[in-house]
Write a protein that binds this ligand. Structure first.
Ligand code: AMP
Ligand code: GLY
Length: 427
């Protein structure tokens, strides 16, 4: 089996790691990959969003499956270009990837399918957006409609804040992503990340994770791409999973089929557990980062079977339900100083030896010509530990993350604090 993997983050390292753990004889080519992935396969310097270059690479390598990691190539139609050239692809079409790329499209689908989510309206001028914010009243959520790398969402606690966010978006703070703005009802509750692998109709769910989007401990400070995650989550009971499957995932997939744009790939469902039950915060059309770094190490089943199943019509019906191993996984992100706004990069890295049950996934790292490993992005590593208990996994993840050495690294030492509080019986 030969796989071409597109992407260069911690998520892609985790996918590469799981694929090669399942099948050590697997041949892996990554574009562009990263120094962690380079220890598992061959990395080639091809831009994953450049569709003609990716098709040319696939034509040269002849992979059995192309796995698309990030959202940008999906939103740009790289999966369509590959399918048109005859390749088997894991990742939705550009039309289906609008579930992530256009928050307005996602709302239209959810409203049509009667999927529980925050009420919302969309606006292409500031005056009508501000009026809608007044009708909702504070707190109110202001969102750039397009892809904004997780930064285009402002939970405004006052109308003045909402107005300022609306003005910033229409002034172009998020480029074309902010040309249309959503004004959304503010929900409250704990958030969960659920992954459904689907062929457009049948789907299987993976272990549930909880992300930590805020930079600071205790969930304070600015929003980031995610500073850590853990799985499983005690809050995600069988009843919650069943409700998400029947009231969110199944009707969304049915509505996409009705629109003749079946969603094939991974549907990431970000939900909030409100007093009215689980409601959708957002859809993504790919694996979450850093959630993947805890979900895949807990997956006992072979990942490639699930990815192949999700790549073609009817494929998932032939794949057995995924099995999860017992125990817990915690991942702690180690970020560059200045992340998320202006990460400082180029710092030299010294890595500790890996210990049993701990994997250091690379994200923003680069290898200089002289062989030194340096930081090259905001999130540099995700350190995952798997252990028999949540507490042991958290301890091992943090202690290895602490031993990664580069100047002024940033990390949270409290990933899973809500789970810990629940286990201690204080919430
Ligand atoms: P998103 O990029 O859509 O996931 O939004 C980023 C974060 O903003 C989410 O993880 C939530 O914490 C928060 N958020 C988004 N939408 C809402 C909402 N309607 N109500 C409350 N919080 C929200
Ligand atoms: N961790 C959130 C995301 O992948 O969008």
């Amino acid at each position: 089996m030969k796989i071409l993997l597109l992407g260069s983050g911690g998520r892609e390292h985790a996918i590469a790691w799981k694929l090669t753990q399942d099948d050590p004889s697997l041949e892996l080519v990554a574009a562009p990959g990263n120094p962690g992935i380079a220890s598992l396969g061959r990395c080639v310097p091809v831009n994953p969003t450049d569709a003609p270059a990716v098709v040319a690479l696939a034509s040269l390598e002849r992979p059995d499956l192309v796995v698309i990691g990030p959202e940008a190539p999906l939103a740009g139609g790289v999966s369509d270009a590959l399918r048109a050239a005859g390749f088997r692809v894991f990742g939705p079409s550009r039309a289906a990837a609008q579930l992530e790329a256009s928050k307005r499209f996602a709302k239209e689908v959810m409203f049509a399918a009667r999927v529980p989510t925050a009420g919302a309206s969309w606006h292409s001028d500031a005056a009508s957006a501000k009026l809608a914010a007044r009708l909702r009243g504070a707190p109110v959520v202001i969102k750039a409609c397009g892809l904004a790398a997780g930064k285009g969402v402002i939970v405004a606690t006052t109308l003045a804040e909402a107005d300022a966010a609306i003005d910033r978006m229409f002034a172009g703070a998020f480029g074309a992503a902010g040309a249309e703005v959503l004004v959304e009802e503010c929900m409250t509750g704990e958030e969960l990340s659920l992954f459904a692998l689907t062929d457009g109709e049948y789907f299987h769910m993976l272990p549930v994770a909880q992300d930590h989007k805020r930079l600071g401990e205790g969930d304070t400070g600015p929003n980031t791409g995610g500073m850590g995650a853990y799985s499983p989550v005690a809050l995600a009971t069988d009843d919650v999973k069943q409700r998400v499957a029947s009231s969110i995932i199944a009707p969304t997939l049915a509505e996409m089929r009705r629109r003749a744009i079946p969603f094939r790939g991974l549907l990431y469902v970000g939900v909030m557990l409100t007093t009215d039950g689980p409601r959708v915060v957002e859809f993504n059309c790919r694996f979450g980062d850093p959630e993947t770094q805890v979900v895949l190490p807990l997956l006992e089943s072979r990942l490639v079977d699930l990815l192949v199943g999700a790549s073609e019509e009817g494929g998932m019906a032939r794949v057995a339900s995924p099995r999860a191993r017992a125990g817990a996984a915690v991942t702690t992100v180690v970020a560059s100083p200045g992340y998320p706004d202006t990460p400082f990069t180029g710092g030299s890295i010294r890595l500790p030896a890996e210990t049993d049950g701990v994997v250091i996934f690379h994200a923003g790292t680069a290898c200089r010509d002289d062989g030194t490993l340096v930081t090259s992005g905001g999130r540099v590593f995700a350190v995952t530990a798997v252990a028999g208990t949540f507490e042991a996994a958290q301890r091992a993840s943090v202690s290895t993350a602490e031993r990664i050495d580069f100047p002024d690294k940033v990390l949270r030492r409290d990933i899973g604090w809500r789970e810990l509080a629940r286990r201690a019986g204080t919430t």
